[in-house]
Design a protein around this ligand. Sequence first.
Ligand SMILES: Cc1cc2nc3c(=O)[nH]c(=O)nc-3n(C[C@H](O)[C@H](O)[C@H](O)COP(=O)(O)OP(=O)(O)OC[C@H]3O[C@@H](n4cnc5c(N)ncnc54)[C@H](O)[C@@H]3O)c2cc1C
Length: 155
Amino acid sequence: MKLVNVGDMFYVQAADSDLRAKGECGGAVTAILKYLLEKKIVDAALAMRRGTDLYDGVPALITDPSKITELSGSLHCAPIMQSTVLFKYLSGAKDMKVAVVGVGCDCWAIQKLGEKGVISKENLVLIGLNCGGTFPPVQAQEMITRFYGINPMTL
Ligand SMILES: Cc1cc2nc3c(=O)[nH]c(=O)nc-3n(C[C@H](O)[C@H](O)[C@H](O)COP(=O)(O)OP(=O)(O)OC[C@H]3O[C@@H](n4cnc5c(N)ncnc54)[C@H](O)[C@@H]3O)c2cc1C
């Protein structure tokens, strides 16, 4: 019996309260990554870690499920392409199974690079994030200051 069909939609959140608290919006993505690592379905999770501040994202590869919350949260001003990281620095995931989190444009790039054989699609578990766009860091800071009247560096 099939439990889900293509196109089904669910509202989900992490069952673990710590993952829920650390996640951007319920921690479902973090929980899925943790599960994939714990069950050894993938060798590593490729997602984004906060850099010097909220406006700086650093791609990060995690293999230890107990460290997965280091990558929780959304960085709305970090236009890093995980597709580039995959083919430039991880040999196109040809030698390892990787769970990758990416915004829509990035997932599309990964899909296309997979079709060209640059990335091994069969070694990937792709988790796409809903995305209304990435804000340029400087303009985002100006907007937060002008419209919300708060110091953007304290976020
Ligand atoms: C740039 C951006 C724009 C977004 N716009 C919308 C929107 O318009 N509407 C909407 O409903 N949701 C949007 N989201 C998604 C939303 O913010 C949450 O990521 C999503 O709801 C998942 O929540 P969660 O608690 O399960 O995530 P978490 O469990 O916190 O996991 C989030 C995962 O995303 C990874 N990540 C963070 N920043 C980036 C990044 N820049 N690129 C790739 N991976 C990243 C983290 O490392 C982590 O693995 C956006 C996310 C991003 C990164």
